[in-house]
Design a protein around this ligand. Sequence first.
Ligand SMILES: Cc1ncc(COP(=O)(O)O)c(C=O)c1O
Length: 485
Amino acid sequence: MLTFASLLTINKSEKTPLFLQISTAISDQIRRGVIPAGSQLPGTRALAESLGIHRKTVVAAYEELLAQGWLETKASSGTFVSHKLPELRPKALQKNPPQLAGSSHKAGFEFHKDPLLQRPVIKGTSTLAFNDGFPDVRLAPWEALSRAFRTVVRQGYRKNLLFYSDVYGEPSLRSTMAAYLRETRGLPVTEENILITRGSTMGLYLTANLVLRPGDLVIVGEISYGSANLIFQKTGATLQSVPVDERGLDVNAIAAICQKKRVRMVYVTPHHHYPTTVTMPAERRLSLLQLAQVHGFCVLEDDYDYDFHYDCNPVLPLAGADSGGHVVYTGSLCKAISPALRIGYVAAPADLVASMGQLRRIIDRQGDQLMEAAVAILFKEGEVRRHLKKAQKTYHQRRDLFCELLKSELGEVVEFARPTGGMAVWATFDKKVLLPDLAFRAKQQGLLISDGTNYSSHLNAARLGFASVNEAEMELGMAILKRAI
Ligand SMILES: Cc1ncc(COP(=O)(O)O)c(C=O)c1O
């Protein structure tokens, strides 16, 4: 005859605690009908003896099953399998449901499939890559973040972090971020100027949707960040591009447009123009601000990689010199720490931030406040600064080596200027080396690079990211590129 203990398979060397192994094994057997409702369970002492374990472990397993509703106790007679099992058995909607096969692939109603939005999605991969300029996520302070997260979760109930909350971001991160942006970038902001977002992308989207109306004119660089262009186009705005030279957007060209048309917004990445990486000097920034004041347009300053400068001190953002409320500043931790850490921010005039919170509320209600509170701890403990200092040093060395190798190994077919900061080199290939072919051949040999078409269809140029590859990976990647050429 089968004994009760023989129904339970447990493994003392497994990581899962024994009491959980036992409670799971018992609930599985109840669910399968092997132990029927109403059956009496053996006493804890007897079961512990037959399993060769401590009685307390069996007591804990029974308590777990009682808490979940699988068991019930009857005074002075023992522990029994409950007659009302805690499993939901949904009722069928109709007696003979139609075959589901295939129906989930195609909507039975019309919806708007926008061809503009149908683009490939970049995902993390273990394949070697000279990517768009992403951080080396191996360097990120994951241990400190998980410690901070544990602290936050433990304090969650007491600190009201487990319920709906503020639509503007977790208050401790909002105020920490305001202080951080004041200290590191000279932005004259307080908490009411800050909206915590899920990354810069959300900040760009909210700004565009509050500022732009169909037919409004947005000025961007020729060439610029494609995702931002899409966001602007989706509002119905019209894009007009101005040239980008080695000092960023041509502000004289913007002035000339303002003479003829009403400009609503200028999108700018002044620290390292995306994608070409050039820096806009202070006098151009001031001219752009002056234009914004005179013509009343919004400057959307996307500071996606402010944190990494190698040759000189950074020029302060336009937002720091804006006294007329014309600049909306966006940034995130996605480049500074990891793209998976979906935490970004907008720094803007308080009335705009208030409306942004209201708009954000109808698509996202609020951010991940547990993670936001944990990240606030990282800032307060100085972890973010320490991480940025270390990453800056590492990326500086990687920038130098990458540029050396690019010149020595591929110098005959690649033109580039050594970037003064950031995480990628803008490389223009000789027309005899077509980037789509090169990217295809490199991929076959184990290296991913862009085929250039996501930046421009005619420039035969791409961003080659150096920050996420170490020395050995960089050398291997360059050798692959050389062979592929
Ligand atoms: C210029 C620029 N702005 C914004 C973003 C979006 O960043 P996030 O991950 O913070 O949404 C990117 C991402 O690659 C970028 O390159």
